[in-house]
Write a protein that binds this ligand. Structure first.
Ligand SMILES: [Zn+2]
Ligand SMILES: [Zn+2]
Ligand SMILES: [Zn+2]
Length: 159
């Protein structure tokens, strides 16, 4: 690894490091970014992702089918100690495993609490679980009955 200020043999890295900034443990790219949020740098008239560029320069080639994963989860970080090479499939399963489950909502959009008594749960046709707020549901039923056009709901199976 070539720390900021130092240059790998044969390369002028001053420009590269001038586009980086130490942020905590990470060395963050502050130059241009691509659509996905990765730093990009133009080298010999070709665009490179900054983290892949520095990885190849300091660690070695990235074979076809391999991706560079950020252990620090900071896409714009180019510190090679934070970069790990893995296959594309390893990479996607890694991210699936680490996806944080969203905490379930405690209240419906109208602000009624999802207590046991106020929550109706069902299993949708595709096997996923759904639920609704009984207070809102009942209010909706009442409105529908009053307006006289109550349509049966067939979009889910009740278990
Ligand atoms: Zn980092
Ligand atoms: Zn990753
Ligand atoms: Zn509600």
């Amino acid at each position: 690894m070539y720390p900021p200020g130092e240059q790998p043999p044969g390369g002028n890295m001053e420009k590269f490091w001038s586009k980086t900034e130490q942020q905590g443990e990470c060395i963050v790219w502050i130059g241009s970014r691509d659509k996905k949020g990765y730093g990009v740098i133009r080298v010999d008239k070709k665009m490179h992702q900054a983290h892949r560029f520095i990885y190849q320069l300091t660690i070695g080639d990235i074979p076809n089918g391999y991706v560079i994963h950020h252990e620090c989860e900071n896409k714009s970080c180019i510190r090679v100690e934070h970069l790990t090479m893995m296959t594309a499939s390893e990479h996607s399963s890694h991210h699936l495993r680490n996806r944080k489950p969203r905490p379930p909502k405690t209240h419906c959009t109208q602000g009624h609490e999802y207590t046991e008594a106020n929550t109706y749960e069902w299993v949708k046709a595709d096997g996923r679980k759904g639920r609704y707020c009984r207070t809102c549901h009942n209010a909706g039923e009442k409105r529908a009955r009053a307006s006289g056009n109550r349509k049966p709901r067939n979009s889910y199976r009740i278990r």
